[in-house]
Write a protein that binds this ligand. Sequence first.
Ligand code: G6P
Ligand code: MN
Length: 468
Amino acid sequence: MKKNFSVAIAGGGSTYTPDMLEMLCLVREDFPLRKVVLYDIDADRQEHIGKFGEILFREYYPEAEFSYTTDPQKAFEDIDFVLVQIRAGGLKMRELDEKIPLKYGVIGQETCGPGGFAYGMRSVPAMIELVKTIRRYSPEAWILNYSNPAAIVAEATKRVFPDDYRLINICDMPISIMDIFCPLAGGRKRTDVEPRYYGLNHFGWFTHMYDKKTGEDVLPEMLEKLKTGDCDRELGYSGKNDDYWNFTFRHLEKMVQDFPHSLPNTYMQYYLYPDTMVKHSDPNYTRANTVIDGRERRVKEYCDGVASLNQIRGTQYDLDLKYSRGSHLDADGSFASATVAHNDAHATYIVELAMSIAYNQNDIFLIITENKGIVPNLSEGMMLEVACRVGINGAEPLRIQEAGAFEKGLLEGQYAYEKLTVDAALEGSYQKALMALTVSRTVGDAELARTLLDEYIAANGEYFPKLV
Ligand code: G6P
Ligand code: MN
């Protein structure tokens, strides 16, 4: 007899929440739940998703109790898993994070470069407060965290909650890369291979992809195809993604042509080709605008549409929740219908992780965890994103080979930036913030760093810790 678990989603108003709810419905036989609660500090934003969730659970999952709330006690009492996806400052602040540096010809991106710094300064205090709140009501809950910038959030949570092995920071980007590009290796799916990968979050490389059955490393085969620069013909990803992601996935081919020994995370494009990326950006209409006008509007319309009919089954919003018992471990992600936000990996990955913990499956996941000899020639304490076995006792990292000179040089510089950013946020230090932005290879000039810092402080007001 399986235990029935309880799940809270923090950041319930997120555009990703509907797909997560759908995913929980899909796995209801293998991961039975007794309750699901959404929590958000923005009641209005969450209301749209909450109304949709009520109808979804009424029709597809009546055994589980569903609710949404802005009261942390109601949200986090008696909870086994908290799935966290908060965005401190919302998409409005993301827009400023991106637009301020672009005025100066510097990378303007959600998590990379100065934008990631500003987001980090908001996220660190917000995440620390949230974790403390969750711990007050459910000291033993598993906190599975997607909140960005994950590298900086992970560095901060390591320092503030050093022994809390039930707090796990993750990212869906490597998984998305695998979903899209693994078919280059003889038509394999993501779940046919076990990755080896290392780096900081949004700053790392796949070094191997081992076929689960034969142990063969299929990454060289993938890299050979990527080098030809014509993968969309075989993979057809351009039919499934928007222009930004299509550009990004094509750019991955360019990165492999220039540095063919490993498969980089797509976000390496911001560090290796900043000029290209700035030229490709529109300083007046950034990714935040695309998301606000696209995914956010679409999700809201979908949820409101369901609410106005007060019904899903048999309507235009009908969900194809086909799922065969026991199939989740073999799924390629597409079985998570991801009807609304169209991000297959996001919901699938976090729910698979919760299940691996719940049933002590010890499956392999890429987790952001502290370097204690995992990569021996990188700084101890660095928050590495690496392959870990994950079960009831937390994440056990697999040791991997030494970092090459190219990667080590890039990683140590980036880690200095991340550490200084966390210092600045925790100590309220203007000096540390100035050093953080100066050391970031996307800025690289102290005068420019000061200009950006002062603009960010003015734009962020109370969202930032006070910097003196
Ligand atoms: C990937 C990354 C996330 C990031 C997201 C941005 O999923 O792993 O960390 O937030 O992309 O996507 P968006 O569509 O919001 O630009
Ligand atoms: Mn990510």
